[in-house]
Design a protein around this ligand. Structure first.
Ligand code: BYC
Length: 340
């Protein structure tokens, strides 16, 4: 009764139908893209379920996952000093700060997951060296003064970069950043206060220790903002989409201008002979940044890259039994619920 020929279309008809579908699809895509761009231009926030161009999604996953990895790798240089903090008060503060960073990593992994990339995929990229994390965490923490300087300079740079991200066009990221920035502000202050104590009440040796830490962390802190705008492949598009609100160079300048004044109050010297106020620009000028060093560190060849990655891989492998136990518990629980 039914013959195959009834459903059969000629190859030409099949091609025509496919072409018509494709045209319809690209017209729909074009309309979706136009309405997305209009929402961005109007300053709307994009939610996880909204339509978004694939490149916007990829850019966000790239930035948010790198940010998340930076938070959890960032726990390592400071975690190293928890057992050697000089007083109970400093130990409690450092412990809380490192825990906060673990929490920031979790909010950010969750924000990246809303874009359709699983936590396992993100961590696999980190553990196999395919994902980036901030260059700054590939430098060693040699003395207790490094804890203060990380708070003052590294967290200070992080806040400068992250406050504009509270207005990022992707709403789940923006919401995560609001909470993160509140905590980062405490991190910066505790670092500055620890340094001020050493500089005003410490011995000459302690003051030298602070100056030495400032000398080592100043340039890497300036590199945290990323390459100069002219060499930053992602800035222009990210700014058009409202992911980044301020460019790498402008943020770096804001950080320098704020920090020079704080250095004066602390009584430390920033290690840049070319650093001076430029009356015409109404900003501080800085000497040349060693971008070759930056790219070496980003490329995996910094002082601690191998150590940091190995520590994360070990932590992942050592934690396998926790993940297995959690999965077994969840399966047992689901079975019990089904049986009830
Ligand atoms: N380190 O086109 P660009 C913290 C990469 S603070 C390593 O300008 P974009 C914390 C960049 O990814 C630190 N890589 O990129 C503080 C790109 O490579 P891909 C984390 C860097 O994305 C205290 C290439 O260079 N903060 O968490 O437009 C305690 C070209 O750059 C770096 C964030 O992640 C760097 N410093 O701008 C604990 C904030 N700079 O991806 C934790 C969010 C650039 O094309 N992220 N690269 O292979 C951002 O704001 C932006 O991603 C950046 C870079 C400003 C960092």
């Amino acid at each position: 009764m039914y013959t195959q020929s009834m459903d059969n279309m000629s190859p030409e008809e099949i091609r025509e139908q496919a072409a018509a579908k494709k045209m319809l699809r690209s017209a729909e895509d074009l309309q979706a893209e136009q309405s997305f761009e209009a929402r961005i231009d109007a300053g709307d926030f994009i939610e996880a379920k909204d339509w978004m161009p694939e490149h916007y999604r990829k850019t966000l996953v790239r930035q948010i996952s790198q940010h998340a990895h930076s938070e959890i790798v960032g726990m390592l240089p400071e975690g190293n000093w928890i057992s050697r903090a000089p007083t109970l008060k400093r130990k409690a503060i450092l412990l809380a700060k490192v825990q906060d960073e673990g929490g920031h990593g979790l909010y950010l992994y969750a924000a990246a997951e809303t874009l359709g990339t699983s936590r396992d995929q993100l961590l696999d990229a980190l553990h196999t060296g395919r994902a980036k994390y901030s260059s700054i965490f590939n430098y060693p923490t040699l003395t207790w003064a490094d804890m203060g300087v990380i708070g003052w300079l590294v967290d200070g740079a992080a806040i400068m970069n992250q406050v504009p991200l509270c207005r990022c066009s992707y709403a789940p990221y923006a919401r995560a950043m609001i909470r993160i920035c509140r905590e980062e502000s405490f991190h910066q202050r505790q670092g500055y206060e620890a340094l001020l104590t050493m500089m005003t009440q410490g011995t000459p040796a302690q003051r030298d220790m602070v100056q030495d830490a400032v000398n080592r962390w100043w340039w890497p802190s300036l590199m945290m903002f990323g390459p100069p705008d002219a060499e930053s492949p992602n800035t222009a598009q990210s700014m058009r989409w409202g992911i980044k609100r301020i460019s790498n160079d402008d943020l770096r300048q804001k950080f320098v201008d704020a920090t020079v004044e704080q250095a004066k109050v602390l009584g430390v010297t920033l290690p840049d002979p070319a650093l001076r106020w430029n009356e015409e620009r109404q900003h501080y000028d800085v000497g040349p940044i060693d971008w070759a060093e930056f790219w070496r560190v980003v490329g995996g060849d910094g002082p601690c890259n191998r150590e940091r990655l190995a520590a994360r891989v070990d932590a992942w492998e050592d934690g396998a039994w926790v993940r297995e136990a959690a999965l077994a518990y969840a399966a047992k629980h689901a079975q019990q619920e089904q049986a009830a």
